[in-house]
Design a protein. Structure first.
Length: 83
C-alpha cells in the first residue's frame, strides 16, 4: 500500500473541490503537506509549491509504482470531473 512520503506523486483534492497534482516535498504533522505542482506545459514537477493545511484537504490519492504519472493525472481528472 502506498504511503504519503516525500517524492510521492499525489492528487490532492481540497475542500473547495480543487484538484492539485504534485510531488510531495515536505510533510508536517501540524501544518499540512507541501507539494511541488505539476507544470502541465512541461510535464515535470517543477511548478509552484503549495502548502495545504490538513483541514483544507478533502482527499489525497497517491500514485503507486504501477502507474505512470500521465495515466495517474488522467485518472485523477476523470475521477474529479476535471476540476
Amino acid at each position: 500500500m502506498p504511503i504519503l512520503e516525500p517524492a510521492a506523486k499525489v492528487g490532492l483534492l481540497t475542500v473547495d473541490n480543487i484538484l492539485y497534482i504534485g510531488e510531495v516535498s515536505q510533510i508536517d504533522n501540524v501544518l499540512g503537506v507541501r507539494i511541488t505542482l505539476l507544470d502541465e506545459s512541461t510535464g515535470l514537477f517543477n511548478g509552484h509549491d503549495l502548502l495545504s493545511p490538513w483541514n483544507q484537504i478533502r482527499r489525497i490519492w497517491i500514485c503507486n509504482n504501477e502507474h505512470e504519472v500521465g495515466r495517474f493525472v488522467h485518472e485523477m481528472e476523470n475521477m474529479t470531473g476535471g476540476t
